[in-house]
Design a protein around this ligand. Structure first.
Ligand code: CA
Length: 226
């Protein structure tokens, strides 16, 4: 079981990490909201323990953006004591449970166990268009059954296109999604072009049906038909 702790209080984060590891959990820690969001989106976590008061993005913003991106990972919010508004807000934004600070470690364990007992919602692990398929978990890509080797960035772009199949994605959107930390760097849209061209060669070259299509002046789309 893999847990992400998003908590800026170093001592508390350390105590939690240590305690959870002793209980056999695999634990990752983020000390601010932005990193927390990035890890929560990318990592295959079973639970996220999310503090409200955080530098970068606060816990509500992290939760909101996480849910908007389609993630259904269970989230336990750490709220200030007796702050009913925070609890309500967290639950409204899609938190699964909350704990008021300060809390007993035993209580956190009990909440975690309760969440982990719930049946897991089946996640879409395979994204498809025509005879192209991408396995989100094993990170394998195949076209007509034949494996295609992609670099991490190429994989990221293809995964993004497939997850928004039939929709036009601008270069800026792709940049922001695949290069989130340096999206403002110069030559960004050229970079996207270069990578999409590499990706195309691997996916569409020698194929009668071209799946990755350019929408002139707008961006790219993946779909079966032109
Ligand atoms: Ca805090």
């Amino acid at each position: 079981m893999k847990i992400l702790i998003v908590e800026d209080e170093f001592k508390l984060a350390q105590v939690l990490q240590q305690g959870l590891k002793e209980q056999g959990f695999v634990v990752e820690w983020a000390g601010d909201g932005s990193l927390g969001l990035e890890l929560a989106r990318g990592g295959d976590f079973d639970v996220v323990v999310l503090d409200v008061m955080l530098p970068g993005k606060n816990g509500f913003e992290v939760l909101c953006e996480l849910r908007q991106s389609g993630s259904i990972v269970p989230v336990i919010m750490l709220t200030a004591r007796n702050n009913v508004d925070d609890r309500v807000k967290g639950l409204d934004l899609g938190a699964d449970d909350y704990l008021s600070k300060p809390f007993d470690f035993k209580e956190l364990l009990a909440r975690l166990r309760a969440i982990l007992r719930r049946p897991k919602v089946e996640l879409r692990t395979i994204l498809r268009v025509a005879d192209l398929e991408l396995n989100v978990k094993s990170r394998e890509v195949r076209r007509d059954g034949r494996p295609i080797e992609l670099t991490p960035k190429e994989f990221g772009i293809l995964e993004y296109l497939l997850s928004r199949k039939g929709l036009v994605l601008t270069k800026a959107m792709i940049m922001d999604h695949v290069w989130p930390s340096d999206a403002d760097c110069q030559g960004g849209s050229n970079l996207v072009e270069v990578y999409v061209n590499h990706l195309r060669k691997k996916v569409d070259q020698d194929q009668a049906v071209k799946l990755i299509q350019t929408v002139r002046g707008s961006g790219y789309i993946i779909q079966e038909r032109a």
